[in-house]
Each structure stands twice: as C-alpha cells, then as structure tokens.
Ligand binder design. Structure first.
Ligand SMILES: Cc1cc2nc3c(=O)[nH]c(=O)nc-3n(C[C@H](O)[C@H](O)[C@H](O)COP(=O)(O)OP(=O)(O)OC[C@H]3O[C@@H](n4cnc5c(N)ncnc54)[C@H](O)[C@@H]3O)c2cc1C
Length: 419
C-alpha cells in the first residue's frame, strides 16, 4: 500500500510505488481498478498520480516499465489511463479560456460567500463533511486528511456536489484542487466539467446508489439521498481553440540558471545543452486558490521541489537555493543578477499557477534582458496534438506515440526519447 510513501515526495519513492504496483498493472488492474475499497486498501490502483503530477517520475518512464513487463494488449487499460492525463493537459493547453474563466469565477464565488449566507451555509456543510450523506462526508474527511481520493469516488463526489447539493461546480473543483496531492489544473477542472456536461456537450455523470454500493463493496449505500437526474449545465462562452505554443530551444553558449518548479521535479532529464551555473527551487502551491490550500498538498509539492532541486544540484554540481515568496518576480531577478545569468531555463509549465507566475516574471526579466526559456518534453510535444476533441483521438494515437517515443516494450532497448 503506497499510503506511507505519499509522505515522501521523492523520485526514489515514485519508483518504489511503481515497482510495488507493476505486478498488478495487467489483468488485475483491468478487473479491479473501478473498486474503491477505502483508504486502507488501495493496491488495486497505482497511487502514482502525485508523483506523475509533479514529474518526480514521468509518463514515459511509467509506460516503459509497464511495457517491459506486459504486452500493450494486457496492460491496455492502465496505459489508456496514463494517456488520459496527456489528453487533459493537451486539451487545456489548446483551450486556455477555460482556465481563465475558472480562475475568475472561483475568485468571484469565494468573495460572494459572505454576502450570500444561504450559499455559504450549504458550502460550509459540504466542505466540513456534515451533509448527512455518509459516503460524501467520508470522502471529505479522506480528502482533507490524505490528499487523495479514488477516481470513482472523485466522480461520485463531483456528481453529488453538483446535482444533489446543487453547489457551483467551480467551488467543488476548487475544494479538490486545494486538497489533492495530485491537484492538477487540467485533470481536475476538465473532469469536473465532464461530470456536468460542459466537456462532452450534453453528456453528464449521475452518481447512482447501486453503483456506489457495488463499487465500494457495500461500504456505502446512500439510499434515498441522491439526485435522480443530471441535467447538463450550460455556459454562454464558446471556448475557441488556440494553436499549441511552439517548443523553445536553448540558445548555444548561454550562461543559464535552472529553475525547478512543482510542474517538473526531474530537471536533470530535460533535454538541456551544457550545464546550468545555478539552481533555484520555487513553489507556488498557495496560489492554487483564494482559500487556504490543504497541508498534505502543500507538503507534497514542497517536498517534491526540494527533492528535485537536491538531485539536480548533485547531478550538475552547482549551488542551489530556494525562493521563499509566492511572488517570483523579485526573487527571479535577484537570483539572475547575482549569478550573472543570460537566461533562466525551466521545464515547460502547462496552464496553471506556475505558468501564471512565469508569465508575470517574463515581463520583468525582459526589462533586465534576461530570457526565460521553457523546455518542453518530447512526451508532451508528441501527445498534446492528439487532444483536440474527445479522448478517442488520443486513444487511437497511442501506438503512434509509443513508436515515436521509442517505447516499444520487452524486446526493445530501454534507451528512448520519452523525456
Ligand atoms: C472530478 C475529478 C477530479 C480529478 N482531479 C485530478 C487531479 O487533480 N489530478 C490528477 O492527477 N488526476 C485527477 N483525476 C483523475 C484520477 O481520478 C486520478 O488521476 C487517479 O485517481 C489517481 O490515482 P492513481 O494514480 O492510483 O490512478 P491509476 O488508476 O493507477 O492511473 C494511473 C495514472 O493515470 C493517470 N490517470 C488515471 N485516471 C485518470 C483520469 N481520469 N484523468 C487523468 N489522468 C488519469 C494518473 O496520472 C494516474 O496516476 C480526477 C478525476 C475526477 C473524476
């Protein structure tokens, strides 16, 4: 069971969780993955999401290890789940207004709570797990204390939040994002939108009593307590797609510093040229929400960045330091000046709080003639173009992606371009 390992946010722990899970990644995962047996029994799923989310281990490494052991067919379900993450990341990257709207609506809703006592009471009842719906209240306690919920529980929870408790989906997504140790702008916001019919137009997800009873192995049976229908929500805005931003390269001969953020804590495997002259770790977990972010989520992100910085410092043999504030503008300029940097290099930050911090810093750094370069991994460049419409296109592209990245399984050499 990976629970104690989530307390160690490190690349070492990520590989240990992977090794423990691999013997069950084939037929057993396919048969068992949908069951939520409760926090004490999680071995039917991998528990890898907090590590993958912070890229303490990356998807290419998980796919490669899986295919060293199984054929694509035997592990197809697990492989497809791994690609769901790339689908959501790529889709949000091409629809940035979804995130911008979500951010401003959460801000407005949180500010409105004090003016709307009826909404505030219902919201407080839900987030304190006092609704009287046993399963929902138990998931609130589990989420707050562990920072994790099983995928099926996340779907039931979101559906009950929207259709039974009639609360705004954005406040529910914000509650998840504040507490999940794998909290991810794309997977979280787009899954909530999927539940209420905003992602796949008109298709919603209704949490049913019989489904909860079966897939929690009888732990819960909220008879008579849940909504019976799930009408799709509507929104006025049409989210027009944009092209994917082009991948950047590192100018030859640049004197650069390497910035490690919670988006990618394995910088030593980025395709860099030469070595950085300095390292900086920066965290922005507190800016996930206008409301306080849960301790497990903060601790995990902080630990992941600390582990990423320590490994990169050993690998490159350069000094490392940490930025202490949530605003990075001044910290980045001071760090770049003191190390006489031409450029700051970091792993590409997909849409989310890190990208927001970098966008703000870029303007200030430009005044100092310091370039900010974001290096995108081959895995993202290869997968994201498949995330234009529904998941089906991504799923049918899996063989092509695996081949292009050189992840072909047991008979192949393990050296590949999946970074
Ligand atoms: C409302 C809602 C909110 C969610 N929010 C997040 C989030 O903030 N961060 C997050 O990583 N996942 C999120 N998910 C997806 C999914 O629930 C988790 O990735 C999964 O439960 C993590 O557990 P695991 O690592 O044991 O998954 P496994 O079943 O072992 O899957 C392996 C890996 O595949 C990826 N994956 C699996 N299912 C999904 C999925 N549906 N969408 C995207 N990636 C997936 C994850 O990286 C996961 O670690 C959300 C799902 C829902 C319904």
């Amino acid at each position: 069971m990976p629970d104690p390992l989530w307390s160690e946010a490190s690349r070492r722990a990520a590989f240990e969780v992977l090794q423990q899970f691999l013997p069950r990644a084939g037929a057993e995962y396919t048969a068992q993955r949908n069951f939520d047996y409760g926090p004490a029994r999680r071995s039917n799923v991998s528990g890898l999401s907090p590590y993958i989310r912070h890229r303490l281990i990356h998807e290419g490494e998980v796919l490669d290890a899986t295919l060293q052991r199984y054929s694509v067919t035997t592990a197809s379900k697990f492989i497809e789940e791994i690609f769901w993450r790339a689908y959501f990341k790529g889709w949000l990257e091409q629809h940035p207004t979804v995130w911008a709207d979500y951010r401003s609506v959460v801000q407005a809703l949180v500010e409105s709570l004090d003016r709307k006592p009826e909404l505030k009471t219902r919201y407080d009842t839900a987030v304190h797990g006092a609704t009287g719906i046993d399963c929902f209240d138990a998931w609130v306690r589990e989420l707050r204390s562990t920072g994790y919920l099983h995928n099926h529980a996340r779907m039931w929870f979101a559906s009950i939040w929207v259709y039974t408790l009639q609360l705004p989906w954005q406040l529910g997504a914000d509650f998840f994002y504040r507490h999940l140790i794998d909290g991810d702008p794309a997977s979280n916001v787009l899954s909530w939108r999927w539940v209420c019919g905003l992602h796949t137009n008109g298709k919603t997800y209704l949490a049913r009593v019989s489904n909860i009873a079966s897939y929690t192995a009888g732990r819960f049976n909220p008879q008579g307590l849940l909504a019976h229908e799930a009408k799709p929500l509507a929104e006025a805005r049409i989210h027009a797609p944009r092209s994917l931003p082009p991948a950047q390269g590192l100018p030859a001969g640049s004197r650069y510093g390497l910035l490690v953020t919670e988006e990618d804590c394995s910088s030593e495997s980025l395709p860099l040229q030469g070595s950085p002259v300095a390292l900086l770790g920066a965290v922005t977990t507190n800016t996930r929400s206008p409301l306080p972010v849960g301790l497990p989520a903060r601790k995990f992100a902080l630990g992941a960045v600390a582990d990423g910085v320590a490994r990169a410092a050993r690998y490159f043999g350069v000094p490392a330091q940490s930025a202490q504030s949530d605003s990075w503008d001044d910290a980045l300029v001071a760090w770049a000046r003191s190390n006489e940097l031409d450029s700051i290099v970091t792993a590409y930050a997909p849409i989310g709080p890190v990208a927001e911090r970098l966008a703000s810093a870029r303007r200030i750094l430009a005044n100092e003639r310091i370039e900010l370069i974001q290096i995108r991994r081959a895995y993202d460049t290869c997968t994201w173009p498949f995330a234009t419409k529904g998941y089906f296109r991504m799923k049918s592209g899996i063989p092509e992606v695996l081949e292009r990245l050189g992840i072909s399984g047991r008979t192949q050499n393990t050296q590949h371009a999946s970074n």
